[in-house]
Design a protein around this ligand. Structure first.
Ligand SMILES: [Zn+2]
Length: 78
């Protein structure tokens, strides 16, 4: 029997020990699925504004990075 682990995010699995991680998420404005590449080489909290590639509205991206891993990712409207 396979055990499902709800706390494991498969989208982040490939990010292990990398300096950049591709993150897929939904735009808070148009709800289209988009992906962006995050720099995870610098440990700590990151915050910046990036335009949606579909509707071109500004999204506030924030995340934490630690040793090639990305976590606490949020994307919200500003
Ligand atoms: Zn959008």
């Amino acid at each position: 029997m396979r055990e499902e682990r709800a706390d494991f995010d498969f989208n982040n699995f490939e990010s292990f020990e990398r300096t950049q991680v591709e993150k897929k998420f939904r735009c808070p404005y148009c709800h289209e699925k988009i992906s962006m590449v995050m720099d995870v080489s610098e440990i700590g909290r990151h915050l910046y504004i990036e335009d949606c590639e579909v509707c071109c509205r500004p999204i506030e991206i924030s995340y934490s990075a630690d040793r090639g891993r990305l976590f606490d990712f949020t994307a919200r409207s500003i």
